[in-house]
Design a protein around this ligand. Structure first.
Ligand code: CO8
Length: 257
């Protein structure tokens, strides 16, 4: 597969990286770049050599939002009909995705980072939902995911008052996992992805799936869901291997089955 607006690489064992590469527009997300991002992530999701993915941009911008120039002349009906608005593909990936964010993560850029499973940020990262300043509102999960991550009061200020959260503020609020200097955030994200890729992958998938249920359903239903995934892990070869390795005091050799 050849891409024009993204770069892909496998910089470490088990790790697939998708990099937004539209520097002249601060990685503004038009329909082509978003389609390429989803296709590349889905390809890594199918790739047996990959256990965890990293989605990143440049040091200056993860992404400065959806492409305003593309949206300028688009009607509501076109917006609704175009697959541009179907970003849920990112949330349907089985393997975990870590967003490695530096610089601007605004509007759709912030929303895309929040659709990932974890966020590793550089000290220069800035998170915001400035849609209000161009007369619209967040449309890819901003009002929901940001609110759940940072709480109503901060979310309101970010979305109504165009407040940007610093990396440190975003970490304190629970939006971001880790903050590193700009020189090392990407390597740290790849290292975290490598660590996760080395875990037994059926369990990784079932845990990701169950944690996401905490967002999507009520507690009783989610606990029931967790129990079923837990039982399912007992059907894996890796459960036998992991427990045997513990008892025999040796490292486990995962088969990812
Ligand atoms: N869309 C299109 N082009 C952009 C965008 C954008 N979002 N952001 C930056 N660019 C372009 C600029 O137009 C400029 O191009 P040119 O040189 O050709 O004029 C180039 O990138 C560099 O930008 P600046 O000169 O503005 O750079 P600065 O460093 O001065 O400023 C900022 C950086 C603060 C990030 C500024 O560019 C900015 O405010 N950008 C817009 C941020 C914004 O409003 N984002 C929200 C967009 S709306 C949205 O994301 C809705 C999501 C809905 C998703 C729905 C899917 C379902």
């Amino acid at each position: 597969m050849t891409y024009e607006m993204i770069l892909t690489e496998k910089p470490a064992d088990g790790v697939g990286v998708v990099r937004l590469n539209r520097p002249q527009a601060l990685n503004a997300l038009n329909s082509q770049i978003t389609r390429e991002v989803f296709e590349a992530l889905e390809a890594f999701d199918r790739d047996e050599a990959v256990g965890c993915m990293v989605l990143t941009g440049s040091d200056k911008a993860f992404a400065a939002g959806a492409d305003i120039k593309q949206m300028l002349d688009v009607s509501a009906v076109q917006m609704m009909q175009d697959d541009f608005t179907d970003w849920s593909r990112l949330t349907r990936l089985g393997k975990p995705v870590i967003a490695a964010v530096s610089g601007w993560a605004l509007g759709g850029g912030c929303e895309m980072a929040m659709m990932c499973d974890m966020i590793v940020a550089s000290e220069t990262a800035r998170f915001g939902q400035p849609e209000i300043t161009i007369g619209i509102m967040p449309g890819a999960g901003g009002t929901q995911r940001l609110t759940r991550a940072v709480g109503k009061a901060v979310a309101m200020e970010v979305m109504l008052g165009n407040r940007h959260l610093t990396a440190q503020e975003a970490q304190t609020a629970g939006l971001v996992n880790r903050v590193y200097p700009v020189e090392s955030y990407f390597a740290e994200a790849v290292a975290l992805a490598g660590k996760i890729a080395a875990m037994p992958r059926v369990a990784v998938r079932l845990i990701k799936d169950a944690v996401n249920k905490a967002y999507e359903t009520g507690l009783t239903q989610a606990l029931e869901y967790e129990k079923r995934n837990f039982y399912l892990t007992f059907s894996t070869e890796d459960k036998v291997e992991g427990m045997s390795a513990f008892v025999e005091k040796r490292p486990a050799q995962w088969k990812h089955r």
